[in-house]
Every structure is written in structure tokens, then in C-alpha cells.
Design a protein around this ligand. Structure first.
Ligand SMILES: Nc1ncnc2c1ncn2[C@@H]1O[C@H](COP(=O)(O)OP(=O)(O)OP(=O)(O)O)[C@@H](O)[C@H]1O
Ligand SMILES: [Mg+2]
Length: 223
């Protein structure tokens, strides 16, 4: 039988938290996906990480979801942490802790209640119990404070994808940054075609203009 253990196209074995809704109309971004994978793909040792930076509505969250869809098979566990506020961060860690407890894996780490308890528990599992090829996504970390550096465990393992609108992301996170440009013209036309239910035909000039307009509006209003 063929060994598929290294096939990144398989779905991730375990997602410890719920993911946001993935658009069924996703288009383009193949260069960014390959770039993300070059920074994030699990290595035999050491921490991998990258920041996806762009203005609100530029498509960062959708791109991260597509990355997980395409490359999730390379990871043992995926955690999606909503990092827009401290409360959301704690809620995400609580959900991940519940999943770990319910997973049936024998985890020799004590889960203590109280502030930071679930985060410490999840960190201990990531550091000492789970396979090292996990992926943590920190989504909407737009106003990072000093606390944000403690969202990922300090161990020298795993992959961390930070998603942020923060302009000075590179300096703050000390990670490589992928800046997300607007969709290219061809992808914008594909998107408009999907939205209006046209498949396979070449876009007219009017549709090209309309696609670019939709993109501009989308970036400013996040449709
Ligand atoms: N590659 C894409 N293909 C199709 N639609 C896209 C794509 N990227 C983004 N969109 C559309 O744009 C909307 C905004 O994208 P998304 O939520 O990923 O932006 P964001 O950069 O995460 O914004 P924010 O910083 O406010 O969270 C999505 O709901 C989706 O409809
Ligand atoms: Mg987002």
C-alpha cells in the first residue's frame, strides 16, 4: 500500500478549534500559498513561523483557511486562535483544551482552572505531548501587546501563522512577513465570474472593469 504519511494534501488529522467559514468562491493566491508553505512547513526540529500582513478585507483569513485546506495534511494538529481580543484568545484556548481532553489521548498534564490555566495546559500539550508538527494560527492579532508574544508556547517546535493588519508586524513579531497585495486582475475576473455564475468563458472588458471595482469596494467595506 502507498505510504501517504508525508502527503500534505491529506486533511489535517486533528483540528482542536472551530475554523471560520471558508468562502466557496476562493480564487488565486497560488504564489502566496507556496510562499506561506516555504516558511511554515514542518521541519524536523525548530520553530517555523510567518506573519500574513495586509489591510482589513484583503483576504488574509480566507488565504489562511485555503492554506490549511491544501497543506493541512502535513500537520498533526491545527489550532485556530481568534486573537482580536484577550477574551477571544482565552475562549479559543478553552476550546482547544476541551478538544484535547476529549480526544482520548492519554495526556499526562494537569488542566488547572483559572486565568491562563487552559492556555498553560494547551502549551504543555504542544510542548511535551503532541507530535511536534502542529500549526497554530493567531488570527486578527491587529493590536499586538507584549502579552501577544505569550500566545504561542516557547518550545522550539511547531509552526505559527500570525495574521495581522499591524503595519510594523515584522519588527514586533520578529518573524518573516508576507504582505498581501490586492488580487491580480485574472483572479478578480474569476471571482466575479463565480459570483455571477459564469464559468469557463473569457471575461468581457466591462467585466474586467467591474471586477477591479468590486475588489476596491471589497477592500474598503469587506463584503
Ligand atoms: N482569494 C479570495 N477569493 C475569493 N474571495 C476572497 C478572497 N480573498 C478574500 N475574499 C473575499 O473577501 C472577504 C474578506 O476576506 P477576509 O475576511 O479573508 O479578509 P481579512 O484580510 O481577513 O480581513 P480582516 O483583517 O478584517 O479580518 C471574504 O469574505 C471573501 O468574500
Ligand atoms: Mg480576517
Amino acid at each position: 500500500m502507498q505510504d501517504t504519511s508525508e502527503d500534505p494534501k491529506r486533511p489535517c488529522k486533528h483540528t482542536l478549534t472551530q475554523m471560520p467559514y471558508a468562502s466557496e468562491f476562493f480564487v488565486g493566491r497560488s504564489a502566496e500559498l507556496a510562499n506561506m508553505n516555504s516558511f511554515l512547513k514542518p521541519s524536523r526540529s525548530g520553530r517555523n513561523g510567518v506573519v500574513l500582513q495586509g489591510i482589513s478585507g484583503s483576504g488574509k483569513t480566507q488565504l489562511a483557511l485555503r492554506y490549511i485546506d491544501q497543506f493541512g495534511g502535513a500537520y498533526s494538529h491545527v489550532l485556530w486562535i481568534s486573537a482580536a481580543s484577550a477574551d477571544e484568545v482565552e475562549a479559543s484556548f478553552e476550546e482547544a483544551a476541551n478538544s484535547l481532553e476529549a480526544s482520548g489521548t492519554s495526556i499526562p498534564v494537569l488542566r488547572s482552572k483559572g486565568t491562563g490555566g487552559d492556555r498553560s495546559y494547551v502549551h504543555a500539550c504542544l510542548s511535551d505531548v503532541l507530535e511536534p508538527n502542529w500549526l497554530m494560527v493567531l488570527d486578527s492579532l491587529d493590536a499586538p501587546s507584549i502579552h501577544a508574544r505569550r500566545y504561542a508556547p516557547t518550545c522550539d517546535k511547531g509552526s505559527v501563522l500570525v495574521i495581522s493588519t499591524f503595519a510594523d508586524a515584522k519588527r514586533f513579531f520578529r518573524l518573516p512577513v508576507i504582505e498581501l497585495p490586492d488580487l491580480d486582475e485574472e483572479s478578480a475576473c474569476d471571482l466575479l465570474g463565480s459570483l455571477v455564475g459564469r464559468h469557463g468563458n473569457t471575461a468581457t472588458d466591462d467585466e474586467v472593469d467591474m471586477s477591479m471595482l468590486v475588489l476596491e469596494i471589497g477592500s474598503s467595506t469587506k463584503c
